[in-house]
Write a protein that binds this ligand. Structure first.
Ligand SMILES: Cc1ncc(C[n+]2csc(CCOP(=O)(O)OP(=O)(O)O)c2C)c(N)n1
Length: 635
């Protein structure tokens, strides 16, 4: 039995010797490489926090002490130490979540995987403990990447205000988000990293300067009086202390003893403390360390020895189609520039950055800044393309509405991972954009159905210079091309039966599902038209008239059913006095548990069989409803 297998909960860690702790760390790394290669998941970040997680659970008493993981992708080791060692279905249906999960364990608190929020949670929890007079520490672990987010700084501002409210912030500084962390904060952390630490400098100052005859004493006192000057002269770590936080560090985050003693010091302090730990993403696994792009931030299913991917590729991904086209557009138009929020490669801006290094900005995990600075860039005469995952655009709603749309700025938002993403669970699905953004005046939204459409709609989007545009596409491969058989207004007709009864409005990637549903309906004698509106906002002016030629409209979207494209279509039909019922197929208003994308779509009824069945059921019910008595006569 390995030491890891003997750990049933944090208590089992307490009695381990130094040697056993070393063995445990090695067990954990071996386990992570094996297990995560089998399922895919966040490997690099977890390899980097092995010792830190062990030390945290030895020093604190979770769950009485609350340990909060910012973003939560680095919580695998914490899971292993808190009784969860069955990783066989990690991120799969019925298996462990890839993030903390309160359903899984009393040791977990924050589940939502959107970065930079843990300090805010910690502030609230610490205040609650103070008001209720409860015992226990609150510890938030935040990466240097997550520390670039504005929310973290709003929290620091509040945390620092209460000098006597204990709260421990552990900065897990591996110098990287996905790519190396950027910006002034990153530079400051780098300065801290290269110094011996304030405490050591202070001790040295006392010894050396004071020991210098006559002038030494005065120099020391003068410097000590001007504490900031002294600190900055010898260990320039003033920023956190200037904010009002005690700073401990920098600590070697892979030295369990050193981390433990820093945490114990922090625990004794009756106010906010920041413990700065230096770690290495991908630690102990050579292929991860050799991977310059992201140190294996996330991996798919792979061979742990060769790292060769073991899931077959079904053709080019949506991301790679965007990546190619934006470079082509960049060649043709010098005014097109790009912004990423710490995800240059995942959102497909890597090649653009290589080709046009001066025309791309990584703003850190700062979607709000991405949007507002895009407004500035547009007003300054450029056309910015802001590429983010759909779920993270939620952060920038106000900036998109007030800074970009209100000022009629020509900014193109590109949303990768739109719709059901699956394995990353509830918070990673990009299922809200087409609902919340319906209310933004002047915004145009494109949902391309295939790679060719993505290329042409991206071009149409960047051609708009007096309003925001948005292009959204899902995860995985773009699939085969779906040809149009005709045109109505700006919409593509994908399928047309004689005397159609049902108009299927296929939003983006749902085109192939709609075509299959139409075939099933046609086989039952229910004629269909399938249109791809291409631009789903605003609703195409030709849609109400087309709808009027059918008995039922069914809108199928990979987005929340609430207030999405289906609702916009119903509104447009109502406004045009077209009295044809609209059925809305989409994601129910709930948080979806992790599972493969196809499994989730099946569970929520977004399959051809389910859609066809419900449409024919609706038509039958509609007949009964509209012509009562006819059923009786027929029977
Ligand atoms: C609001 C938001 N934007 C983007 C992301 C995507 N994301 C996940 S982890 C990560 C990097 C985090 O870096 P850091 O906090 O330093 O943790 P590390 O992975 O280096 O341990 C990013 C950008 C996110 N989770 N949340």
């Amino acid at each position: 039995m390995t030491i890891l297998e003997r750990i049933r909960g944090p208590r089992d860690l307490k009695a381990l010797t130094k040697e056993e702790l070393g063995e445990l760390s090695a067990d954990v790394r071996e386990f992570l490489v094996e297990a995560v290669s089998r399922t895919g998941g966040h490997l690099g970040p977890n390899l980097g926090v092995v010792e830190l997680s062990i030390a945290l659970h030895r020093v604190f008493e979770s769950p009485v002490d609350r340990i909060l993981w910012d973003t939560g992708h680095q919580s695998y080791v914490h899971k292993l130490l808190t009784g969860r060692q069955d990783f066989s279905k990690l991120r799969g249906k019925g298996g462990l979540s890839g993030y903390p999960s309160r359903e899984e364990s009393e040791h977990d608190v924050i589940e939502n995987s959107h970065a930079s929020n843990a300090l805010g949670w910690a502030d609230g929890l610490a205040k609650a403990r103070q008001v209720l007079g409860e015992r226990g520490h609150v510890v938030a672990v935040i990466g240097d990447g997550a520390l670039t987010g504005g929310m973290a700084w709003e929290a620091l501002n509040n945390i620092a205000a209460a000098k006597n409210r204990p709260l421990i912030i552990v900065v897990n500084d591996n110098e990287r988000s996905y790519a190396p962390t950027i910006g002034g904060l990153a530079n400051h952390l780098a300065t801290l990293r290269t110094t011996d630490g304030y405490e050591q400098a202070l001790a040295w100052g006392k010894q050396v300067i004071r020991g210098t005859p006559i002038v030494g004493k005065y120099v020391y006192e003068a410097l000590h009086g001007a504490k900031k000057g002294f600190k900055d002269a010898f260990a320039p770590q003033g920023m956190f202390e200037d904010l009002g936080l005690k700073y401990v560090g920098p600590i070697d985050g892979h030295d369990i003893g050193a981390v433990e003693s820093a945490l114990r010091r922090a625990k004794r302090f009756h106010g906010p403390v920041l413990v700065h730990c230096l770690t290495e993403k991908g630690r102990g696994y050579a292929p991860a360390l050799a991977d310059e792009a992201d140190h294996f931030h996330t991996v798919g299913v792979m061979d742990p020895l060769t790292c060769a991917p073991l899931t077959p590729s079904n053709g080019p991904s949506w991301t790679s189609v965007f990546e190619d086209e934006i470079v082509r557009i960049g060649e043709e138009r010098e005014d097109v520039v790009a912004i990423t929020a710490a995800m240059l490669h995942p959102v497909g801006l890597g090649r653009f950055a290589e080709r046009f290094p001066d025309r791309v900005w990584d703003v850190g995990i700062a979607e709000q800044h991405a949007a507002v600075s895009a407004a500035g860039l547009a007003t300054g005469g450029l056309h910015p393309v802001v590429a983010v995952y759909a779920t993270f655009l939620n952060r920038a709603f106000d900036q998109l509405l007030m800074d970009v749309a209100l000022h009629r700025c020509g900014v193109t938002f590109v949303l990768d991972r739109a719709g059901v993403t699956g394995v990353d669970g509830a918070s990673h699905n990009g299922m809200w954009d087409m609902s919340v953004l319906q209310v933004v005046p002047g915004l145009r939204i494109a949902a391309p159905r295939d790679a060719a459409q993505l290329r042409s709609q991206l071009r149409e989007a960047v051609a708009v210079d007096d309003a925001p545009t948005l292009v959204r596409f899902p995860k995985e491969s773009a699939g085969p091309e779906i040809p149009a058989v005709g045109q109505v207004g700006g919409m593509d007709v994908l399928h047309r039966d004689e005397q159609p009864q049902v108009l299927l409005v296929a939003v983006g990637v749902m085109a192939s599902v709609c075509l299959q549903a139409a075939n099933l309906l046609t086989a039952r004698g229910i004629g269909c038209t399938v249109v791809d509106p291409r631009w789903v906002k605003p609703v195409d002016p030709a849609l109400p008239q087309l709808a009027a030629e059918h008995r039922l409209v069914a809108v199928v979207e990979d987005n929340s059913r609430s207030a999405g494209v289906g609702s916009a279509v119903a509104l447009a039909l109502g406004d045009a006095d077209v009295d044809v019922p609209v059925r809305r197929f989409g994601i129910p208003e709930q948080f979806l548990a992790h599972a493969k994308r196809a499994e989730v779509l099946a569970d929520i009824g977004l399959t051809p069989v389910e859609i066809a069945g419900r449409i024919s059921g609706s038509l039958a019910a509609y007949d009964v409803h509209r012509r009562p008595g006819q059923e009786k006569q027929e029977s």
